[in-house]
Write a protein that binds this ligand. Structure first.
Ligand code: ADP
Ligand code: ADP
Length: 216
């Protein structure tokens, strides 16, 4: 089973994807996490992506498509993938369809986490991330056990550069212009299901899991 989690930045895609992927034996592939790992490793891709990410713009389609196609084809993704943050443009969605078809595979389910802009802005500016293990917290909605420290014992949490307010506004604009049209793209294919993502993590998780069970 291959599932896409759609939704604006801060909708809770990463939070839900981590739990659901574990529950359904899917490989969680977050394009943002993979790009940040490339940056940290100082690869050519990471260097190319940097300026786009820092200003809240999208990394060019051809770079992201090649990167994600490589991860989807890996043996650890053979049981299916839970895509988080990819695709983000129509060109990426079409390339993904072609790539999966080439592998004799397809997307089974697209879940759109709907959350109003005002809510996601508050979620992003309060987000705290672990640079080591990728765990995600929120200062109010999901605080770590010890202030500013990862529960996994990794050390200090950080505020992502692009979670600062000016960049958050640009990311939401980018989302509405380039990614929101994918809702119609997948609705036309009969794959889209919408979940009210403004509820609690557990309530949203239960709705996401129910949809995944239905698609299995
Ligand atoms: P969020 O989790 O808040 O939605 P991400 O971690 O998914 O943010 O993405 C961070 C940044 O990485 C984006 O603002 C963009 O610059 C880049 N990025 C991530 N995924 C993609 C993608 N599919 N296409 C283009 N750029 C991407
Ligand atoms: P995305 O991957 O879509 O950008 P995240 O999963 O990183 O979103 O969540 C963004 C922020 O909102 C994080 O700080 C996370 O702890 C918090 N969060 C996630 N889901 C919820 C929810 N249902 N209610 C309140 N806060 C949430």
């Amino acid at each position: 089973m291959n599932v896409i989690l759609l939704g604006p930045p801060g909708a809770g895609k990463g939070t839900q994807a981590k739990r659901t992927a574990a529950a359904f034996g899917l490989k969680h592939l977050s394009s943002g996490d993979i790009l940040r790992a490339e940056r940290k490793a100082g690869t050519e891709l990471g260097r190319k992506a940097q300026s786009y990410m820092d200003r809240g713009a999208l990394v060019p389609d051809e770079l992201v498509v090649a990167m994600m196609a490589d991860h989807i084809a890996r043996p650890d993704a053979a049981k299916g993938v839970l895509l988080d943050g990819f695709p983000r443009t129509r060109a990426q969605a079409e390339a993904l369809d072609r790539e999966l078809a080439r592998m004799g595979n397809r997307i089974d389910l697209v879940i759109d986490l709907a959350v109003p802009d005002d809510d996601v802005a508050g979620r992003l500016t309060g987000r705290r991330s672990c640079p080591k293990c990728g765990a995600v917290y929120h200062i109010r909605f999901h605080p770590p056990k010890t202030d500013g420290m990862c529960d996994g014992g990794c050390g200090a949490l950080v505020v992502r550069e692009d979670d600062k307010e000016a960049v958050v506004r640009q990311r939401l604009k980018t989302y509405h212009e380039q990614t929101e049209p994918l809702i119609a793209y997948y609705r036309e294919k009969g794959l889209l299901r919408q979940v009210d993502g403004s509820r609690s993590v557990d309530q949203v998780g239960a709705a996401v899991d129910a949809l995944c069970r239905g698609a299995q």
